[in-house]
Write a protein that binds this ligand. Structure first.
Ligand code: CUA
Length: 318
């Protein structure tokens, strides 16, 4: 019984797709380059000391010069320069959101991400999960919090890490400079399924983003086929709505991810599986093999026809 857990994409560090990540990559390369230079310099001096032919007694003066110069002045100069350089390249302590920033709130859960947008034209709140869609070229101001334990949001291609702490809101200013899907990961150990707490940032051009956001605002469409109707019946009979919201269908519960537009997402189970019927079936019937610790019960006991109908209906929620 093979359980596939496909990430869908890999974490890419040092391949920046935005200004915050570009600053981090630049500092990293300067540090790596500087460390390499110092290492080579030290090895050259060591080689010179070991293999020089004639060992002459150095004068006390030249020994002092080496000690003070190499042991005191050099590190002082290098470390001071690095200190001011990294201060200069670090993001501001309290980044103020630019006027045109898109504000998105991300809440860490065990073990998934709740993501909320606000449509400025209608003031409606749009709730989704595990997928952070953002428009290319526009700053995004994230409000980060958590409910139960500390998590940390890290999308290396877009920026640095930021902790998500229950009872407070931390902020992170990100911007995507090109379209793409960027994998992020929870970067703070938060319990059993920490390793399977991934998310994907999907940077899209501005018009596509607006269309997507408007689509997310609508309630779920009524099932269009008999198998979809059967799936909805299974969803109701199994009381899935005790944890999940499907707007237009099921009473609001915020215990688990909002599924109103599940079919439009790229992944399942917080970046663990691709959102395809086969994999959704695997997820529903082998929850704890796919993601040990996940708080959803497994539905292996359901007749296969019921599972297939449920998978079909959930997949149709575009
Ligand atoms: Cu959430 Cu680690």
């Amino acid at each position: 019984m093979g359980v596939r857990t496909e990430a869908g994409s890999t974490i890419a560090v040092l391949s920046p797709a935005g200004p915050a990540a570009a600053a981090i990559a630049e500092v990293s390369w300067v540090l790596i380059g500087g460390a390499a230079l110092l290492f080579l310099g030290t090895m050259a001096l060591l080689g010179w000391a070991l293999f020089r032919k004639k060992v002459s007694e150095g004068s006390e003066r030249s020994m002092l010069w080496w000690l003070a110069g190499g042991g005191l002045v050099l590190p002082l100069v290098v470390l001071t320069a690095l200190f001011f350089y990294s201060l200069h390249r670090a993001p501001p302590w309290k980044a103020k959101p630019p006027a045109d920033a898109l504000v998105i709130s991300v809440t860490g859960r065990m073990w998934w991400w709740e993501i909320r947008y606000r449509d400025p034209s209608t003031a409606a709140t749009i709730v989704t999960a595990n997928e952070l869609r953002l428009p290319v070229g526009r700053p995004v101001y994230l409000g980060l919090s958590s409910i139960e334990v500390i998590h940390s949001l890290w999308i290396p291609e877009l920026g640095g890490k930021m902790d998500m702490v229950p009872g407070r809101v931390n902020h992170l200013l990100l911007q995507a400079s090109r379209a793409g899907v960027f994998r992020g990961q929870c970067a703070e150990f938060c319990g059993e399924a920490h390793a399977r707490m991934a998310l994907h940032a999907v940077a899209m051009d501005s018009a596509a983003f607006d269309t997507w956001l408007a689509g997310q605002e609508s309630a779920a469409k009524a099932p269009a086929s008999s198998i979809a109707r059967a799936g909805l019946t299974v969803f109701k009979a199994q009381k899935c709505a005790a944890c999940h919201t499907v707007r237009g269908v099921a009473a609001e519960s915020k215990l688990g991810p909002d599924l109103t537009h599940l079919g439009s997402r790229l992944h399942l189970a917080a970046g663990t599986l691709k959102n395809q019927p086969e994999q959704m079936k695997e997820w529903l019937t082998q929850v704890h093999a796919v993601k040990p610790g996940a708080r959803m019960p497994s539905y292996a006991r359901l007749p296969e026809g019921d599972i297939d109908a449920l998978v079909h209906w959930l997949g149709s929620l575009k």
